[in-house]
Design a protein around this ligand. Structure first.
Ligand code: ADP
Ligand code: MG
Length: 618
């Protein structure tokens, strides 16, 4: 078989996505690769396909037990023999798995990094033919990344001890330069081909809102999206519990996940979510790495996360099937403070020495700042994200809240002048809030104590709404007419560009929303319909097709129950949608549906054909 036949037979797809083929070809030629692709882009296939073509065993190193279980489950249901080796196995099961592995039963073995350097595993690996090592979530090897795992440092040592060096593929969704360099260095990749695939996910809709009552927004959203599966991310365990409890009381079928729960409960809740028994998950960022649930229709951030990397990774768990999905971030001023607290007091970096820790903190503050800017920009949100990851967007994507909102351009040069003058005249000694309070003429103890009531700009803009002043200041920071220090105090400082405004050489014009408007749900819905329809190869998703889809979905649930696998492992939503539109009548037509491979056809094909026949007749 060649790579295309593998793709079709085992995975049921007709073509590779951007970047996949290049990475696969490199690995097959024996060249190391580093694949940087956003969540949902399809990194797994990049090593699974060559694993099935190369002779010998591919070891996949992966950080999380749940992730391995999921992937191994999916592979086996596609007809690929795969196994995992981690601490969730009993010693007996572990030995049995190794025995089968020795006998050459598995072309693909997932292994936890801690295992690599144990005697038992080394003994196996040194005597087996390991032809490839795939390092998934490779950013875990970098101290600059957000998920540093010391056990990843063992990978290079492990490879040195093998009799011959296998080809190595590293995969991550984190695109920053430092992290990429670290991966190449720490994994000791040999002149790797580094391939960054497009970060744009056109099917994702982005929105930022700063509502007074976040819970009300979430509740309304869930109310109007009853049938959909989604994730609600919170910053703290406590918030997870609160939101989850309230939603339950309000009659929604939700579950929860955070590091404070027992292993048993975490596993159960995750399963409930994956198996669609509780379609909505409320969780901290502990949840989701490697979760390949393809029908997540929305990801709501109840609070602002700590950086854009985390945000895009978490938000990217929506819409993996390529169908329209929503990523909504709810922002509140307190979020910045909570995140700052995590940076100053976080336990993330306990293993680092003082100097490295200070560097990491500085970097974290900088990232937090850029995350905050995302919440305030009135420009295209997708453009902002893409630029952050070093790509260029089109300024107008037409599928984010900002692109769909009516803005007017307002000249705020005079306010900007006052702000810069205020920062200058107080000796650049104070932070954002003092500055804003001064302009607004607040009469608080702090302002008096700092002597800001004497500042020439005190009360200069007392009639302007506070949020507007904040918007102007954010614009100035975003466009470096002012900057803040990169320590925990965030003091406002002048920049080279400040002068241009003070001297009247540049005018400041910003876009402001006409009304303090919220999610234009109706507009979006309309758009979504068009998009969904045009995205389907077979044509429009008619009412009839929808009915068929529901029948197919019920059959899928029935099979999932019988086999005790998550429904999407049987077939993805997208595949069912295609079936209900294309209405295949025989084996040949069924195999032409994207997502239906030979192996899955053997297992389920007849039943789905029968179901289709019945529902098109009636
Ligand atoms: P990542 O690890 O990059 O986040 P995954 O490997 O989990 O992404 O893949 C995301 C989804 O995309 C999966 O449901 C997978 O089956 C699907 N997928 C991957 N490659 C293709 C392809 N060439 N055609 C269609 N679907 C694909
Ligand atoms: Mg993955």
């Amino acid at each position: 078989m060649d790579k295309f036949e593998i793709l079709k037979t085992y995975f049921g797809y007709d073509s590779f996505r951007d970047g996949q083929e290049q990475l696969i070809d490199c690995l097959l030629e024996g060249r190391d690769v580093l694949g940087v692709m956003p969540t949902g882009a399809g990194k797994s296939l990049c090593y699974q396909v060559p694993a099935l073509l190369l002779e010998g065993i591919t070891l996949v190193i992966s950080p999380l037990i749940s992730l391995m279980k999921d992937q191994v489950g999916a592979l086996n249901s596609a007809g690929v023999h795969a196994a995992y080796l981690n601490s969730s196995l009993t010693p007996g099961q572990y030995r049995k798995a190794l025995e089968y592995a020795r006998a050459g039963r598995y072309p693909i073995i997932y292994v936890a990094p801690e295992r690599l350097t144990t005697e038992e595993f080394l003994d196996f690996a040194q005597n087996a033919r390991i032809s490839m090592i795939a390092v998934d979530e490779a950013h875990c090897v970098s101290q600059w990344g957000q998920d540093f795992r010391p056990s990843y440092l063992k990978i290079a040592r492990f490879m040195e001890r093998l009799s011959s060096r296998p080809v190595v593929g590293a995969f991550t969704a984190t695109a920053t330069r430092e992290v990429q360099d670290d991966i190449v260095r720490m994994l000791e990749l040999h002149s790797p081909r580094v391939l960054t695939a497009g970060f744009n996910r056109p099917n994702l809709y982005f929105a930022v809102q700063a509502p007074k009552d976040r819970y009300a927004v979430v509740k309304r959203y869930l109310d109007t999206h009853r049938e959909e599966s989604g994730i609600i991310y919170c910053l703290t365990r406590k918030t997870v519990e609160e939101v989850c409890d309230r939603l339950r009381q309000d009659g929604f079928s939700v579950t929860r996940y955070h590091a404070g729960l027992s292993d048993g409960e975490r596993q159960k809740n995750q399963d409930d979510f994956i198996y669609d028994r509780s379609p909505v998950m409320v969780a901290t960022n502990a949840f989701g790495m490697g979760i390949d649930k393809s029908n997540v229709r929305f990801v709501i951030h109840y609070q602002m996360p700590k950086n854009m990397e985390s945000y895009y990774q978490e938000a990217g768990r929506a819409g993996r099937d390529g169908e329209p999905a929503a990523c909504i971030l709810l922002y509140g001023g307190q979020d910045v403070i909570t995140n700052q607290f995590f940076i100053e007091h976080g336990q993330d970096n306990e293993e680092l020495d003082a100097v490295s820790r200070a560097l990491v903190q500085e970097q974290d503050r900088d990232r937090l700042k850029k995350m905050t800017f995302y919440c305030f920009t009135n420009e295209c949100l997708r453009e902002y994200i893409l630029r952050y990851f070093g790509e260029y967007g089109e300024n107008y994507c037409g599928n984010c809240l900002n692109c769909l909102t009516q803005f007017e351009t307002v000249d705020v040069t005079e306010i900007a002048k006052s702000m810069i003058d205020c920062a200058r005249s107080c000796g650049q000694r104070y932070g954002i809030n003092v500055l804003l309070d001064t302009l607004h003429g607040a009469n608080t103890a702090k302002i008096r104590q700092y002597g800001m009531t004497e500042n020439p700009q005190y009360g200069a803009w007392s009639k302007e709404p506070a949020y507007r002043l904040r918007q102007v200041l954010n614009y100035l920071l975003l466009n470096t007419y002012l900057r803040t220090t990169n320590d925990e105090y965030l003091l406002v400082k002048l920049t080279e560009k400040s002068r241009l405004v003070l001297e009247g050489q540049e005018r400041i014009q910003i876009k402001m929303a006409r009304e303090q408007e919220q999610l234009p749900e109706e507009k979006r819905k309309k758009k979504r319909k068009v998009k969904a329809a045009s995205g389907l190869s077979g044509g429009v998703f008619t009412e009839e097709a929808q009915k068929i889809f529901e029948k197919l979905r019920a059959l899928r649930m029935e099979i999932a129950r019988e086999e005790q696998v998550p429904p999407y492992i049987v077939f993805s939503d997208k595949t069912l949608v295609l079936m209900s539109v294309q209405k295949p009548k025989n084996k040949k037509e069924m195999l032409a549906v994207s997502g239906v491979g030979a192996f899955k056809y053997e297992k389920y094909g007849e039943r789905f054909l029968k179901c289709l026949k019945k529902s098109t007749e009636s």
